[in-house]
Design a binder for this molecule. Structure first.
Ligand code: ADP
Length: 401
């Protein structure tokens, strides 16, 4: 069985085609800068996990429909392609950012589901409309395939009410759905399950703190394999400090921006989502660059990294208190998987929580899930590479078979 996974953003489409008999990636790539004068399509083909072919095309791709047609043509191409006919693709799994309270499982898309998803778009106006457009177009391009939506919020639908409600009158929740949803659920679900497997602990008895540090950053508290708390909130701007997002701030600051600086909703959105975090403090959202400045002693970078790390430490403390017993702290995503320096700073002086890092193991370049804690550490510290596309493909297989 072959499953295509699509992640449609506002100006991009990421794709990966899996052969589910052994979960091997057959082909994958990315269409970027859709709608700009020069768009770029990167296409890769794989055999037994090894890249055999890479093509980069630069041309104008006007909209998502055109982008997906190019992807389909490449996947079916006699020479470059990975399937002989589109009928081989049993299902297309779509990453959908917000599933609200309605969708806590992967869901086969019908006309009714589309209608409900459209109603939820107000909760993620920057993401859901592009995700839905991707579904509509894929249903036309891959007519025989079952379209399945997999939600970033779904894994966190197990949060207890005391963790997901805001301390404001109930009507705001009941009438407008204002509550904590949490995001990156596919990644938190995947890495916590992989971590349990690595440690030989049954998933339904596994307690973990998962730390997803990419451009977007979030942490989750996992109890008995289920998410019980998450750092992002109603939207992905809450919680940790990120590449360009502020993370948690005093709600009173928003009032100040409105009342004293006369800023509009759009301006505040731009400030907190695009101009804050590492970029706002150190002038760059890419942690690799910020770490170079940090290493050279640049005071703005030192402050930015110290704040970034301090937030993560505080959430580890909070989630240890929430969980009582922590089997593992699990680092993942671009920064979590690659920056030994950030992992080391985060775990510094956390012996009080039973966390001791092995600095040598931490610096070793090891691929796959591996432990970086010291032998005597009460809490395992792991690095587990995330694979959101594979997780989506596996969830799709679960629902269609
Ligand atoms: P996205 O949220 O876009 O999926 P990624 O998970 O790819 O993001 O993470 C992107 C982040 O990872 C960037 O800030 C990048 O600087 C950081 N990163 C990637 N490799 C390294 C590295 N070797 N050291 C430090 N940071 C890294």
């Amino acid at each position: 069985m072959k499953i295509l996974v699509l992640n449609s953003g506002s100006s991009s489409i990421k794709f990966q085609l899996f052969d589910m008999s052994d979960t091997a990636v057959l082909a994958g790539g990315l269409v970027e800068k859709i709608g700009e004068s020069t768009s770029q399509l990167t296409y890769r083909k794989f055999k037994v996990g090894t890249e055999t072919d890479k093509h980069v095309f630069q041309q104008s791709i006007g909209d998502h429909s055109e982008g997906l047609s190019h992807i389909a043509a490449l996947l079916l191409d006699e020479e470059k392609g990975a399937v002989k006919s589109s009928a081989e693709i049993a299902a297309v799994g779509h990453r959908v950012v917000h599933g609200g309270e309605r969708f806590s499982e992967p869901t086969i898309v019908t006309a009714e589901v589309m209608e409900e998803l459209q109603k939820l778009s107000f909760l993620a106006p920057l993401h859901n409309p592009a995700n839905l457009q991707g579904i509509e177009i894929a249903a036309e391009v891959f007519k025989q395939a079952t379209q399945v939506a997999v939600f970033d919020t779904a894994f966190h639908q197990t949060l207890p009410e005391f963790a997901y409600r805001f301390a404001i009158p109930k009507e705001y929740y009941a009438q407008h759905g204002l509550r904590v949803y949490g995001f990156h659920g596919t990644s938190h679900a995947y890495v916590s399950r992989e971590a349990a497997k690595f440690l030989g602990i049954a998933n339904d008895q596994f307690n973990a703190i998962t730390v997803h540090l990419g451009n977007g950053c979030s942490m989750a508290a996992i109890k008995d394999g289920k998410s019980v708390d998450v750092s992002m909130g109603l939207t992905p701007v809450g919680g940790l400090m990120m590449g360009t997002r502020s993370g948690d701030i005093d709600p009173g600051l928003l009032l100040f921006l409105v009342e004293h600086l006369n800023m509009t909703g759009q301006e505040i959105d731009q400030l907190l989502n695009k101009e804050s975090g590492l970029k706002g403090l150190a002038g760059d959202n890419d942690l690799r660059n910020v770490m170079q400045q940090y290493d050279s002693g640049d005071p703005e970078a030192v402050l930015a990294v110290t704040m970034y790390v301090y937030r993560i430490k505080k959430f580890i403390g909070a989630y240890t208190a929430a969980l009582g017993r922590v089997d593992a702290v699990v680092f993942t995503a671009g920064v979590g998987e690659n920056s030994a320096a950030i992992r080391s700073l985060v775990c510094e002086n956390l012996e009080v929580l039973g966390i001791t890092l092995d600095e040598v193991r931490n610096k070793e370049k090891t691929s796959g899930a591996h432990a970086i804690s010291a032998s005597g550490s009460n809490v395992n510290v792991l690095v587990v590479p995330t694979d959101e596309e594979l997780e989506i493909a596996m969830q799709v297989r679960g629902i269609i078979s």
